[in-house]
Design a protein around this ligand. Structure first.
Ligand code: THU
Length: 135
């Protein structure tokens, strides 16, 4: 699975977003180490704090299916389903969820109008609080 293919899966997932309040549709595609891909979209709620991001949807689908080892995630989004030209970096809560299941070298692919920007989880969440922190 190339990063371009993973981004394509994320773009497809955007269409499933339930975003009646913000109109901002987000898609994510999570690549497991065994090669399987789980997609996710944002799911909003009238009680705004109950909204869940696309990235966490993808992670929770995968973990609830017994997957625990991940290599990369692609994330994209845009207003009213139109892909934004800018990267969509994951929110802080999603970064923390990634840290629960992923190592420092987990890759985060973010498409934009010039290509795909990739960062490791360690770059996006330095000095993190992790499972090892409470052992
Ligand atoms: N959102 C995501 O799905 N992922 C992010 O990393 C940032 C924000 C969603 C939440 C909400 O439904 C909408 O984007 C606007 O914040």
């Amino acid at each position: 699975m190339t990063k371009e293919e993973l981004v394509k899966a994320a773009v497809g997932a955007m269409a499933k977003a339930y975003a009646p309040y913000s109109g901002f549709q987000v898609g994510a595609a999570l690549l497991c180490e065994d090669g399987t891909v789980y997609t996710g979209c944002n799911i909003e709620n009238a009680g705004f704090s109950a909204t869940v991001c696309a990235e966490r949807t993808a992670f929770f689908k995968a973990v609830s299916d017994g997957k625990m080892h991940f290599s990369a995630i692609a994330i994209c989004g845009g207003k009213n389903g139109i892909l934004s030209g800018d990267i969509l970096p994951p929110c802080g809560i999603c970064r923390q969820v990634m840290r629960e299941f992923c190592s420092d070298d987990f890759l985060i692919h973010m498409p934009y109008d010039q290509g795909i920007k990739t960062h490791t989880l360690a770059e996006l969440l330095p000095l993190s609080f992790a499972p090892e922190s409470i052992r």
